[in-house]
Design a protein around this ligand. Structure first.
Ligand SMILES: O=P(O)(O)OC[C@H]1O[C@H](OP(=O)(O)OP(=O)(O)O)[C@H](O)[C@@H]1O
Ligand SMILES: NC(=O)CC[C@H](N)C(=O)O
Ligand code: SF4
Ligand SMILES: [Mg+2]
Length: 545
């Protein structure tokens, strides 16, 4: 939480992209050749998602590609890690503020909101720290009037974590007006793309991967904006759930693999809402309608509130991040069509089948994210379930603290034992994951100090052995404890009496046919999108001569 405490004042921002490139005549000629026509979204009708898909057909108007929406027939601009967006509500930015607070667990480093005012101007406020810090001064929200807004909570994967310039939404001006973007995910080909754009003269304001998306859109010769977004996305590799805001439209985009979640809902007044997780919809009384499908672009026009949908690129097999279910998302969210708490309870039950703890007296969860898995473990094993560790909610998530020393202290600050539950008992303690091993080691020590007779650690996911390249900032592979040690080695290091992980096969069995549609690369090293092997070298100042 150091970042939050040290948060400098929020700053309204607008960042320029590179200067308008082509002379208007050439430009006009080229623009006649519109980019690849997005075909209508080919929906997948799978049992698990049948209802949301039907909702789509009722509510979504197919995008009419012939209608120019943003730049008319001349060159005059007429307008352009949890994410949240609202269209069609006079309190759009306040709703964004609430939605972002609900998504705070997805990123604590920085937050921002960009709103489209009725005067056609986009304004944004971004700052380091928690949403409540950034918007502590009511004047900040007050400066963001309008019927549409997008917002972002950041947890960096590319670019410095404590740099205001990397906090989203990014708002840029280009030849067709203003465009803001909020991105959850990580682009694996960010560096090659950036180097190429720089070689062509682009100037970058920050070190985040997300900025290249704006450049690719700005330099695309396609029209209208939907086609430019499709053009840009065709060049992106990796994970992206994106919200774009213009003066009169909001675009919601999900990468073809659907790594990161993105859902759509509607408020009673008809406002359309997008969010990384459904918990943020619930908060503002928006009814969950469906996921933005992998590879889909949904366009909401604030002028007539029409909703249209297009397909970004040819359909790919879905590879949704299983770690969202395991750890990242809130348990009261529906993510990838599944209630997160149900998934976690199922992991716990499966774990009890695979790694029972027959000598134990009581099952306790590691709060918060180990709660449902522990409940499932207790249900399946017939053991008593107790809250043996109390979590302080005034601290942040320890896994996402920047240094090991701080992570060590953060765990102690965060968790306190309930001696009455623990003393003299054989305890099964269930957590969702072991990453570096910091939390587990501390907890075992904490429980032994509180008088536990035996400590059996059970983990409701497989050992984490690979880095994530798709939007979760897992540490370097050498820092992953399961990468250095086998299970017995990890047990010794943590100091528990027994240790059991859910196996990958068992995890897959919970998903049945859907197992193929999961990314589990941090457990299996089966990366759906490989990292580019060679990144071209950047030009240096010496190359100028
Ligand atoms: O092995 P480690 O490197 O310690 O990381 C693993 C721990 O980090 C996460 O908890 P975190 O405290 O981040 O969040 P939570 O309170 O939501 O469980 C996760 O739930 C594990 O408890
Ligand atoms: N975790 C995320 O989704 C991060 C988004 C973006 N890659 C950034 O670093 O800001
Ligand atoms: S590598 Fe792991 S954390 Fe990253 S997307 Fe895949 S499952 Fe999720
Ligand atoms: Mg935890």
């Amino acid at each position: 939480m150091a970042a939050a405490a040290a948060a400098p004042p929020a700053t309204p921002s607008s960042r320029p992209l590179r200067a308008p490139p082509a002379p208007s005549t050439v430009h006009r000629q080229l623009r006649c050749h519109a980019g690849p026509s997005p075909s209508l979204l080919a929906l997948r009708h799978r049992a698990a998602r049948a209802a949301p898909a039907r909702a789509l057909l009722d509510k979504v108007t197919p995008f009419n590609f012939g209608e120019e929406e943003d730049d008319g027939g001349d060159d005059h601009p007429r307008e352009e890690c949890g994410v949240f967006g609202v269209v069609g509500d006079p309190e759009a930015s306040s709703l964004c503020y609430l939605g972002l607070q609900k998504l705070q667990h997805r990123g604590e480093e920085g937050a921002g909101i960009c709103a489209a005012g009725d005067d056609g101007k986009l304004k944004s406020v971004t700052g380091l720290g928690l949403v409540s810090d950034v918007f502590r001064d009511p004047a900040h929200l007050g400066s963001l009037p309008g019927q549409a807004a997008i917002g972002h909570v950041r947890y960096s994967t590319s670019g410095g974590d404590a740099q205001l310039c990397n906090v989203q939404p990014f708002l840029a001006g280009y030849r067709f007006g203003q465009l803001a973007v909020a991105h959850n995910g990580n682009l694996v080909n960010y560096l090659p793309l950036r180097h190429k754009l720089e070689a062509q003269g682009s100037i970058f304001n920050n070190s985040s991967d997300t900025e290249v998306i704006l450049h690719l859109i700005a330099t695309s010769l396609s029209r209208p904006l939907l086609a430019r977004i499709c053009d840009a996305c065709e060049r992106l590799q990796g994970a992206y759930s994106l919200l774009f805001l213009t003066a009169d439209k909001l675009f919601a985009v999900r990468d073809p693999f659907g790594f990161r979640p993105l859902v759509m809902g509607r408020r009673p007044n008809g406002a359309v809402v997008f969010a990384s997780e459904t918990c943020a919809l619930d908060l503002i009384d928006a009814v969950y309608e469906r996921e933005v499908e992998p590879g889909e672009v949904i366009v909401v026009d604030r002028r007539d509130m029409s909703v249209s949908s297009a397909c970004l690129v040819p359909h790919r097999p879905r590879k949704s991040c299983v770690f969202e279910h395991i750890y990242f998302a809130l348990p009261n969210s529906i993510v990838f069509g599944h209630a997160v708490h149900e998934r976690r309870t199922a992991y716990g039950r499966a774990l009890a089948e695979e790694s029972p703890a027959p000598t134990a007296d009581v099952v306790i969860p590691v709060p918060d994210s180990g709660f449902y898995a522990a409940l499932g473990f207790a249900q399946a094993s017939g053991l008593e379930f107790q809250q043996g560790l109390i979590r302080s909610h005034y601290t942040g998530r320890s896994f996402i603290q920047p240094t090991q020393a701080i992570r060590d202290l953060a765990v102690k600050l965060k968790l306190a034992p309930v001696r009455g539950v623990i003393t003299g008992k054989s305890v099964v303690v269930v957590d969702d994951s072991i990453v570096r091993g910091t939390t587990s080691s501390k907890i075992v020590r904490l429980l032994r100090d509180a008088g536990a007779r035996e400590v059996h650690m059970r983990i409701s996911s497989p050992p984490v052995v690979g880095r994530c390249h798709y939007g979760i900032d897992t540490p370097d592979e050498k820092e992953l404890i399961s990468n250095r040690l086998d299970i017995e080695g990890v047990r010794e290091m943590i100091g528990c009496d027994s240790l059991g992980f859910l196996t990958l096969d068992k995890l897959h069995s919970i998903y049945g046919d859907e197992a193929d549609e999961l990314c589990d690369a941090c457990f299996s090293r089966n990366y759906p999108v490989p990292m580019p092997e060679k990144v071209p070298a950047m030009a240096s100042a010496d190359d100028e001569d």
